[in-house]
Write a protein that binds this ligand. Structure first.
Ligand code: 3HC
Length: 302
C-alpha cells in the first residue's frame, strides 16, 4: 500500500517561497495557484518571451477567476488580479530564484537528460532543506531523480490542465522520498486549494494511467470506422459524464503530449497492449496538427 501519512504532522516543512521552473501551460498554472494562495513565487524559464507570455496567461486566467468571485465589483476584481500578479516574479536566473525557495517545482520539457541536468543545478544552488518536485506526466521519478544527492527531498506534484480549475493534485513518492517530504508536499497541495491523492512511482500515476490508454482506445475505435469522432465524444460526455470526449480532450491537452507519453511507455513496455501507439495520432502529429494550440488536431479551431 501507498504510505499516505506518517504518525505526526509536526515534520512538515512550511512552504512560503516557491520556484516554478518552466513557463509553459502547466508551469504558469502552478505559479498562478501558488500566488493565489499568497505564496511568493519565482517563475523561471530560459526564454524571456515565454515568461512574458506566461504572465499574460496568468493575468487572463486570474481575471476569469476574479470575475466569478466578485461578479458585480470591478474594483475587487482588479485588486485580486493585481495582488496575484504582484506575487509572481518572472526571471531567467535559476540560481538566484531557487536560493531562498522552500519548494522548487519543475515543469519543463519531458526529457530525462534535460530534467536531470536541471535538478543537478537546482540542488547545487538551493538550500539543503528545500523540497524538490517534478510535475512530470509520464516519466519515472526514479529516472528523473537518479543522480540527486538528497533523494529523500524529492517527490512528484502532478497537476492537471487547466491547473486553476482542476481540483486534483497527485502527490507521488518513490522509495527514497521521506515521510517529511511527502507530508510537506501534501500540505502544499492543500494550501493551494487542491484535493490530493497519493500514488507510487508507476507509469502515468493514477489519472494518466487510465486516461491515456482510454483515449488511445477511442482513437482506434474511430480509426476502425466503428464510430465517428464526434459521436464518440458525445457518447462519453452524455453516457459517462465526462466533461470532454476523448478527441476534444486530446486537442485540448495537445496531441504531441499524448504521443510523447505513449511512445515512452510503449518503448519501455513493448509487449503491453495497453501501451500500443496509434497510427492516426502519429500522422496528425507528423503533419504538425497538435490540437487547439496549432489551430488543428482531430478538429479544426479558429
Ligand atoms: N483559468 C481560470 N478559469 C478557467 C480556465 C482557466 N484557464 N478555464 C476554464 N475556467 C473556468 C471558467 O471561468 C468557468 O467558470 P464558471 O463555470 O464558474 O463560470 C469554468 O472554468 C468552466 O469553463 P468554461 O465554461 O469555459 O468551459 P467548460 O465548462 O467546458 O469547462 C474545462 C472547461 C474545465 C476545461 C472542462 O471542459 C473540463 O474539465 N475538461 C476536462 C479537462 C481534463 O480532463 N483535464 C485533464 C487533462 S489530463 C492532464 O492534464 C494531465 C497531463 O499530464 C497531460
Amino acid at each position: 500500500p501507498v504510505r499516505a501519512f506518517s504518525a505526526t504532522s509536526a515534520l512538515n516543512i512550511a512552504v512560503k517561497n516557491v520556484t516554478v521552473v518552466g513557463a509553459g501551460l502547466m508551469g504558469s498554472g502552478i505559479a498562478q495557484v501558488s500566488a493565489a494562495a499568497n505564496l511568493n513565487v519565482n517563475l523561471v524559464d530560459t526564454n524571456q518571451k515565454a515568461l512574458e507570455k506566461a504572465k499574460k496567461n496568468i493575468e487572463q486566467s486570474i481575471a476569469r477567476v476574479a470575475k466569478k468571485k466578485h461578479a458585480d465589483d470591478q474594483g475587487a476584481q482588479k485588486k485580486l488580479v493585481d495582488s496575484v500578479l504582484s506575487k509572481v516574479n518572472i526571471t531567467t536566473n535559476l540560481r538566484d530564484a531557487v536560493k531562498d525557495s522552500d519548494l522548487i517545482v519543475e515543469a519543463i520539457v519531458e526529457n530525462i537528460d534535460v530534467k536531470q541536468k536541471l535538478f543537478a543545478e537546482i540542488e547545487d544552488a538551493a538550500s539543503s532543506k528545500a523540497l524538490l518536485a517534478t510535475n512530470t506526466s509520464s516519466l519515472r521519478l526514479c529516472d528523473i531523480g537518479a543522480n540527486l544527492k538528497h533523494k529523500e527531498r524529492f517527490g512528484g506534484l502532478h497537476f492537471f490542465n487547466p491547473v486553476p480549475v482542476m481540483k486534483l493534485l497527485e502527490v507521488v513518492r518513490f522509495d527514497p522520498t521521506s515521510d517529511e517530504t511527502f507530508e510537506s508536499l501534501v500540505q502544499y497541495g492543500k494550501s493551494v486549494g487542491k484535493v490530493t491523492v497519493a500514488c507510487k512511482d508507476t507509469p502515468g500515476f493514477i489519472v494518466n494511467r487510465l486516461l491515456v490508454p482510454y483515449s488511445f482506445e477511442a482513437f482506434r475505435l474511430a480509426e476502425r470506422g466503428d464510430a465517428s469522432m464526434k459521436d464518440i465524444d458525445t457518447a462519453m460526455k452524455l453516457g459517462a459524464g465526462y466533461p470532454m470526449g476523448p478527441f476534444e480532450l486530446g486537442d485540448y491537452v495537445g496531441l504531441d503530449t499524448l504521443k510523447f507519453i505513449m511512445d515512452g511507455w510503449s518503448k519501455a513496455h513493448p509487449n503491453d497492449p495497453l501501451f500500443k501507439p496509434c497510427e492516426s495520432l502519429d500522422k496528425l502529429v507528423n503533419e504538425g496538427k497538435l490540437g487547439r494550440k496549432s489551430g488543428e488536431g482531430f478538429f479544426k479551431y479558429n
